[in-house]
Write a protein that binds this ligand. Structure first.
Ligand code: ADP
Length: 700
């Protein structure tokens, strides 16, 4: 049953209304297809439209049935001839009707509709009545898009793009060839940007790489930005791709154009004073590698033609950019490796199969102590290295054998220790097979590390363990021996008292040792803090000599103190510990009856101080003895931890080698210095300084 004329007209009114409402064109067309179905059960319909705004690409709108493909060639013919066509039914029983969407002398698209077997006349009439409405809807859509400022293009290929003029196409071919030349990013990108600026007459522009991992854009090159503190302050500014037109382009992979930013304030552009912005992706293999952005302070500075050219230029630049990125990445990799190679404190050298150095890092020469020019000339390890080291080698044959072993069994790993003298040095050498990128043996990699300090630490540790165990064992043995005796038998009171005294002395010794060890570890950990007071030096000396009374009774102790000594600003207990250590050493290392002099005086305007002593006013305290003395070489070493002068006297006397090291740290915590002078067999003087109270407080 055919609808009546008035029903058809009512439908036409409804279609007309829905074609011109506020909804997006695609939605409005969908309504058109639905309304048409209320009057005739057509198979499917489609509208293909283009106009100025849809320049490069047609837009297709179709009803849902896509089972039978449309004939695009037929549709194009209808558009070109501006003639409606009707066909069928064909072998599949399909009846086809297509009509150009035309107004005066412009074709906006083609409307097509297909039926099974039969094309109702009222639909034909309706279709012809709708066509001017469709032209109006498309024209309006185009107008609206232009004024909304954003036009979205696909990456139309250069040839097919009608907006690429002939001179533009020629220019592009010429530029394209030049784009193939630069290998690295720093040459390619400025070139590309310059052309884009020149050809579009844009005032500013930038190329940003797309960091897909972080969702960011990284500015690589820019030119002519108006006021851009961001760009001036940072070498390569990054920003999130959620911001601005360039970000939108990076995410969508489609070129975009903003004709006038003031019409669309939501778009954030790259600088101030910008009115028009054009951004195009540089994509390869479906991935956006970079975005080229062009800006101008002139509204509508860019149009279809600029957009088409820049898009085509970016297409052409994609391959060269990919190549430059790969090159850049390998360049960065090798720069990073080079930095690691040169910065390593371990000596590294790549040797060829004959033992010549192909490449070595600076530490290689430094560790062996080779002159710089030596490591630059062709250097043959088995001969030249041995030659350079010969005077210092403890076992010259050892290194020769090591080199020979490496050359005989090229694919094995070897390691050895090489000991050198003057100065003493121990090096650990690891020799590994080296291979090229195909895995073929190319020689060896020598890895040389200086392990002198590690060995020294090991030695000191062993020495420490043996000293400490000896020091602990000796007093413990006598404590155990005497207590066993006391438990086993009764002794007369005088003997018993003497035994208990010995036990007490040995226990005191043990306690000093433990205190010293704890002191050292606290000093190391930086936990020792001074509790400073203004104190008269005389007071400290009196307190200390009272404590030491028992120990100094076998020596003559002379105290010389200036009359009017100013107060010092010190930690009383720590200074007592310093003096206690020096006085007990003087007692320990000098014969009975020897004189020990304790002298305290004003530094007399620095005259009595060593040249490198800090400035200011100082009290000088010295402890002089007439004991065994210290040799010149040992004078340097006695300050080291656990260092004990090794001779029969010191072995007999016993000690930990910790006292002076602790003493020095305590003096230096006060800001003072300590030093020693001595002559073997004649005696020693240990001198240290403490700050005047006024000076020290001011300094704090
Ligand atoms: P310790 O006395 O426990 O061995 P120190 O650190 O106090 O440890 O002294 C280190 C070394 O310096 C001593 O072993 C000793 O050889 C030497 N020494 C220190 N003071 C004197 C001194 N007054 N006379 C001679 N030698 C000394």
């Amino acid at each position: 049953m055919h609808p009546t004329t008035s029903e058809t007209l009512t439908l036409l009114v409804e279609i007309t209304r829905s074609l011109h409402d506020e909804r997006p064109l695609a939605v409005r067309l969908q309504t058109l297809f639905t309304l048409l179905r209320t009057t005739a059960d057509y198979r499917d319909a489609r509208l293909t439209c283009w106009g100025q705004a849809y320049s490069a690409q047609e837009q297709f709108f179709s009803s849902e049935d896509r089972a039978i493909p449309w004939d695009d060639a037929l549709m194009m013919r209808i558009a070109q001839n501006s003639q409606a066509e009707q066909r069928g039914p064909d072998s599949r029983g399909i009846v086809y009707f297509g009509a150009p969407v035309r107004w005066v002398d412009q074709t906006w698209g083609v409307f097509e509709i297909r039926f099974d077997d039969y094309f109702p006349t009222h639909v034909q009439e309706l279709a012809l009545a709708i066509i001017p409405q469709l032209a109006a809807a498309i024209a309006n859509e185009q107008h609206r898009q232009q004024h909304a400022s954003i036009i979205i293009h696909s990456n139309a290929s250069v040839i097919a793009d009608p907006h690429l003029s002939e001179p533009q196409a020629l220019l592009l071919t010429a530029l394209g060839r030049q784009l193939d030349a630069p290998l690295n990013l720093n040459s390619l990108l400025p070139l590309l940007l310059r052309w884009a600026l020149d050809t579009t007459r844009a005032e500013a522009g930038a190329i940003c790489l797309v960091d897909h991992r972080h969702g960011e854009l990284v500015t690589q090159v820019y030119e002519g930005y108006f006021v851009t503190p961001d760009l001036q302050n940072h070498g390569r500014p990054r920003w999130s791709w959620n911001v601005g037109l360039a970000g939108q382009v990076a995410r969508s992979g489609r070129a975009m154009l903003v004709r006038d930013i003031t019409q669309d304030p939501s778009t954030r552009v790259s600088g101030t004073g910008i009115r028009a912005e054009l951004a195009s992706p540089i994509s390869e293999g479906g991935q956006t590698l970079a975005v080229l952005v062009l800006d101008s302070p002139r509204p509508a500075a860019f149009g279809e033609s600029e957009l088409a050219f820049v898009t085509a230029l970016c297409d052409r630049a994609a391959q060269p950019l990919r190549r430059a990125l790969v090159y850049q990445e390998s360049l960065e990799n090798s720069t990073q490796l080079e930095q690691v190679f040169t910065g390593l404190p371990t000596g590294l050298a790549l040797l060829d199969v004959n033992g010549y150095v192909l490449r070595a890092n600076p530490s290689w020469g430094q560790i062996w102590g080779l002159p710089i020019q030596e490591s630059r000339t062709p250097f043959h390890v088995p001969l030249d290295l041995i030659d350079a080291l010969l005077p210092r080698l403890n076992e010259p044959m050892h290194i020769t054998e090591f080199c020979a072993r490496g050359q005989q069994s090229l694919d094995e790993e070897h390691t050895t220790a090489i000991r050198l003298k003057n100065p003493t040095q121990e090096l650990r050498v690891l020799s590994l097979p080296s291979r090229d990128s195909q895995g073929v043996l190319t020689g060896r990699l020598w890895v040389v590390s200086d392990v002198t300090r590690e060995r020294e630490v090991d030695r000191l540790k062993d020495e420490f363990v043996s000293i400490v165990s000896h020091e602990l064992r000796t007093p413990l043995t006598s404590i155990l021996g005497y207590t066993e005796l006391l438990l086993a038998r009764e002794f007369d009171p005088a003997d018993r008292r003497q035994f208990v005294q010995t036990v007490y002395d040995q226990a005191t010794h043990l306690s000093v040792l433990v205190e010293d060890l704890l002191g050292i570890s606290r000093l190391d950990a930086g936990k020792v803090k001074l509790n400073r007071w203004v104190v008269a030096p005389r007071q400290i000396i009196t307190e200390l000599t009272n404590q030491l009374n028992a120990q100094i009774e076998r020596h003559r102790v002379v105290i010389r103190m200036g009359e009017s000594l100013p107060p010092v600003y010190i930690d009383r207990d720590k200074v007592k510990q310093i003096l206690f250590n020096l006085l007990t050493n003087a007692i320990k290392y000098s014969p009975e009856g020897g004189e020990i002099e304790l002298r305290v005086h004003d530094a007399d305007k620095g005259k009595d101080l060593p040249p490198d002593h800090p400035r200011g006013r100082w009290i000088v305290i010295s402890v002089r003895d007439q004991g065994i003395g210290i040799s010149r070489e040992d004078l340097e070493r006695i300050w080291k931890r656990f260092y004990r002068v090794d001779n029969t006297n010191t072995r007999r006397i016993g000690g930990t080698g910790l006292g002076l090291s602790i003493t020095r740290s305590l003096v230096e915590l006060h800001g003072g210095r300590i030093w020693a002078e001595s002559k073997l067999g004649e005696g020693s003087v240990f001198t240290f300084t403490l700050p005047f109270a006024t000076d020290a407080i001011v300094r704090e």
